[in-house]
Design a protein around this ligand. Structure first.
Ligand code: SF4
Length: 652
């Protein structure tokens, strides 16, 4: 004979969670009250009592005290009353049950049917969330009865939910029948995953076994369902503890019989072990076999023995707002609290999903509750510290997202590693607001990794930006050429010209190079922030200086002047300025000619302003063109002399 324990037996996720939340609350408050027995297992209830966990018969009896709402949940009204009366309410309602509350309270159906045990607290709580008519039914006959009596009608919508621990086989049979007969009944399969798995495992084992021992509290609904399933396939014994197993239970069984053990979701692992040991004794006495089955269990390769600090592969079996339940191949139920999941509070939901296999470290094994607390964050932290150390040593640049502004700097998350950037390393000026960085993806360098200070990692955005700028500058000086064109931004305006940002460096456009026309002051032409087209005139890589011109060679007025005008031409020009030595007259925009004081008149001119004025149009003769210096000399006097000469010729 040999013994096999069903793969999924003992505490489920919801029970383990409720016990943990209750113990934490008892530790915090000294004593805590639960809304009825926390779970349907007298052994666990007794052990919790020793830890300061008391049972409150109703919410009123817990007035002014901390109250835990057990995994079965309570009605909406009880929840409101608890919030009003109790000092603190710790809601340990299993998320699978809470999901049913949501369906029932939000359905638009005229009536709700809860398939389950009407006396069970979970069913009572679910019914207390319905806003309209609600009925509890034990099976399909009960539901049909509602239609026969006219309490439900085929002309209305009906929502049907099922108790989380209901027998899956029966549920499938009932729901098929109801769906066939009543098209307006919407059926929600709300049997929880843990229950389905347990039932499937127990049934598979019961089919091969000659005897099944089902361990759990007598009032536990899910344990009762397991017993009913097993009883369909083999002889089944229900045991709350090892003491319930009768002597000579194996009599009459063949010597090669398989004995199966399964346990309800509220059965602690030590009770399963006790039952297992008790069955070993029976086998030994029957076969007079001295084989130590307890030792076999310890050595069983299908269970690993967990110890604190051990690194394990964990498979995610469920994810909730507060924790992740994992399977680690041990007898204990593994869980990872959200705060042990990741350093990045905003990434909790994205970190894992059901079915993921992750690396985790065991932080606390609790055999009294059959649970093991694990941490993914600590494994990740160790790995990320190694990675950050390598990034720092290699002076690599990494990317991250700024998650929040804290005292003295900002926090960046890169690959879920938390990195502190001091304000001085953000690249934001001293009095600037760090808020502009929020939610931005930034490049950064790692400047400190300190595993002595809880894995503190410090980074610098400024250094990464500088590296980018330095590289751009080096590339700029490598590729710069006279005549290269840029679109630059005016950064500052001086009396002698403007500085223009052309990417990697700022170049100078002298005033005379801003336009082909005469300019009084650069600010008459441009303002800070203007984008202008510039051409490199010259550069000095040693002094890191670039001279630019904003004049477009294609618009060079000199080219036009040379094409259209020649020495000796008589033209009209407009006086644009007057100096001590003469007057400048514009021939075409961008080309002015000088009428020297000696060329203004055949008479001697002492005061030019008494003869010419700005804006005056005059007739002049082009007497000289200097194409090298781009200078034009004009003369009024030459025309006057020609006129005088013509007049004397006429007189002759
Ligand atoms: Fe939650 Fe399912 Fe456990 Fe009930 S049996 S507490 S619904 S996980």
């Amino acid at each position: 004979m040999w013994i096999e324990i069903a793969d999924k037996s003992g505490f489920c996720f919801g029970v383990e969670r409720a016990i943990r939340l209750t113990e934490e609350a008892a530790e915090r408050f000294g004593e805590v009250w639960t809304s009825g027995p926390l779970i349907h297992n007298p052994i666990v209830t007794k052990s919790l009592e020793k830890k300061g966990v008391h049972i409150a018969d109703n919410v009123e009896s817990a007035a002014g005290k901390p109250l835990v709402i057990r995994s079965h949940g309570v009605s909406a009204q009880t929840g409101i009353k608890a919030a009003e009366l109790c000092a603190e309410v710790i809601d340990a309602t299993c998320p699978f049950v809470a999901k049913i509350h949501k369906i029932v309270s939000e359905t638009s159906a005229e009536a709700v049917v809860v398939l389950g045990d009407r006396t069970h607290p979970e069913v009572i709580g679910i019914m207390g969330h319905a806003v309209g008519r609600v009925y509890a039914c034990a099976g399909a006959d009960d539901i049909e009865g509602l239609f026969t009596r006219g309490e439900l009608s085929d002309n209305e919508d009906v929502a049907l939910v099922v108790q989380t621990t209901f027998d899956r086989g029966r549920f499938e049979e009932y729901s098929e029948r109801i769906a066939r007969n009543h098209s307006r009944v919407k059926i929600y399969d709300t049997i929880c995953h843990a229950t389905s798995e347990r039932q499937r495992n127990a049934e598979e084992l019961a089919k091969r076994a000659a005897l099944m021992i089902v361990v759990g509290g007598r009032s536990s609904s899910n344990t009762g369902a397991l017993a009913a399933i097993c009883a369909r396939h083999c002889r089944t014994v229900f045991a709350e503890s090892a003491a319930d197993i009768p002597r000579q239970i194996l009599s009459g069984l063949r010597s090669d019989s398989l004995i199966g053990i399964t346990a309800g979701a509220s059965t602690p692992v030590y009770t399963i072990k006790e039952v297992h040991e008790r069955m070993n004794e029976e086998i030994r006495s029957v076969n007079e076999n001295e084989e130590d089955f307890a030792a076999l269990l310890e050595a069983d390769q299908s269970f690993i023995k967990l110890r604190n600090g051990m690194r394990v592969k964990a498979t995610v079996v469920s994810v909730s707002d507060r924790e992740v339940c994992v399977e680690v191949g041990a007898k204990q139920t593994g869980y990872i609290a959200c705060e042990e999941l990741t350093n990045n509070p905003e990434a909790v939901a994205a970190v894992v999903k059901v079915g993921d296999v992750i690396d985790a470290i065991v932080i606390k094994v609790d055999d009294s509750t059959g649970t093991a607390a694990l941490s993914k964050k600590r494994v990740d932290t160790a790995l990320s510290l190694e990675k950050m150390m390598a990034v720092k040593d290699a002076n690599e640049t990494i990317e991250g997202v700024v998650s929040n502004v804290v005292k003295g700097g900002v926090i960046v998350f890169s690959d879920n590693t938390r990195i502190f950037i001091p304000a001085s390393q953000t690249g934001i000026p001293r009095n600037g607001s760090l808020d502009v960085l929020l939610k931005q993806t930034v490049k950064l360098k790692i400047i400190e990794v300190n595993d002595q200070r809880g894995g503190r990692v410090v980074g610098s955005i400024k250094l990464a930006n500088k590296e980018v700028r330095d590289a751009e500058r080096a590339k700029f000086w490598e590729n710069i050429e006279v005549g290269q064109k840029f679109v630059g931004e005016v950064r500052s305006i001086e009396d002698y010209g403007v500085f223009v940002d052309i990417g990697a460096v700022d170049g100078l456009v002298r005033t005379s190079e801003l336009t082909w026309n005469r300019v009084g002051h650069p600010k008459d032409i441009v303002k800070i922030g203007d984008k202008i087209n510039v051409i490199v005139k010259s550069y000095d890589p040693e002094k890191k200086r670039v001279s630019l011109s904003a004049k477009d060679p294609d618009d060079n007025p000199w080219t036009k002047f040379i094409d259209e005008y020649s020495k000796g031409d008589v033209i009209k020009a407009t006086i644009v300025s007057i100096t001590e030595f003469g007057a400048f007259a514009q021939i075409i925009p961008g080309v002015d000619g000088l009428i020297h004081i000696s060329q203004i008149s055949t008479e001697r001119v002492n005061n030019i302003a008494s003869v010419l004025s700005v804006g005056q149009e005059v007739e002049v003769k082009i007497i000289e063109i200097d194409t090298e210096k781009n200078r034009v000399s004009l003369s009024i006097k030459a025309l006057m002399e020609e006129t005088a000469s013509d007049d004397s010729d006429d007189e002759e």
